[in-house]
Design a protein around this ligand. Structure first.
Ligand code: 5RP
Ligand code: CA
Ligand code: CA
Ligand code: ZN
Length: 224
């Protein structure tokens, strides 16, 4: 059994997998979990052990169904009325061509939206809604702005973009679970930088988690 097989099994079991994207890219390790299995405990684990942004990645097929745009497209459209927004265009991201950011949402049953309970509800209910094909319920179930950032996976996933967004969704597809997943960057409070791969490996070993390189997932996905 390869590490990739073990990672796919972990994803199917609702466990975290750690993924280092690439030295040529962000150079970050994200904790990744399939959203349909997310509980308040999962959110607490990411707050305590990762500390980056907790984002919900959605497959482009689902995004098309719910008509979920990229934030850059919303801002471009809005710049007709608010011209300053055009000046904020993210045309200088140092590690990639495009951002996967979309809008921020909270489940309408949330109170503040930021608690472990509220974020887990927002994330898991979104995944289950996509799984069950209840696309017309998106706007009536969530409100925006909110405390969970939605990321829109690129069309064709890792064929067109090699971010954690697409890598996580590719893992879900290969594992046979709903392609909606949470990613959260591991941060190092000592250095003020991203957690090093060596430290992430130590964390993985101590916690029985699999750590993969993005490349290994991308190559396997492109093979199939
Ligand atoms: C959201 C991010 C993270 O880097 C996350 O991994 C998704 O981005 P990408 O697909 O670009 O890696 O910026 O917190
Ligand atoms: Ca990033
Ligand atoms: Ca608040
Ligand atoms: Zn990333």
């Amino acid at each position: 059994e390869t590490n990739l097989d073990k990672a796919l099994e972990a994803i199917r079991n609702g466990e975290f997998v750690l993924v280092f994207d690439d030295d040529d890219r962000e150079g970050e390790v994200d904790m990744i979990i399939a959203s349909e299995f997310v509980t308040p405990k999962s959110i607490a684990t990411m707050r305590d052990n990762a500390g980056g942004l907790i984002c919900n990645c959605i497959h482009s097929d689902f995004c098309d169904e719910i008509h979920l745009p990229f934030m850059v497209d919303i801002m471009e459209a809005a710049s007709e009325k608010y011209p300053e927004l055009a000046k904020l265009a993210p045309n200088d991201i140092p590690y990639d061509e495009r951002s996967s950011f979309s809008i921020w949402v909270n489940h309408r049953k949330s109170f503040t939206g930021v608690t472990d309970h509220d974020r887990a509800m927002t994330i898991s209910e979104c995944a289950i809604m996509m799984k069950e094909g209840r696309f017309d319920e998106f706007g009536s179930t969530f409100r925006s702005p909110g405390h969970v950032c939605l990321l829109r996976g690129a069309d064709g996933l890792v064929k067109n973009r090699r971010g954690h967004t697409e890598i996580g969704l590719a893992l879900c597809e290969m594992a046979g679970v709903t392609p909606v997943c949470v990613v959260c960057e591991m941060m190092d409070g000592e250095t003020g930088q991203a957690t090093s791969v060596a430290d992430a490996r130590k964390f993985a070993q101590e916690n029985g988690l699999i750590l993969l390189k993005g490349e290994d997932i991308i190559n396997k996905y492109l093979e199939d």
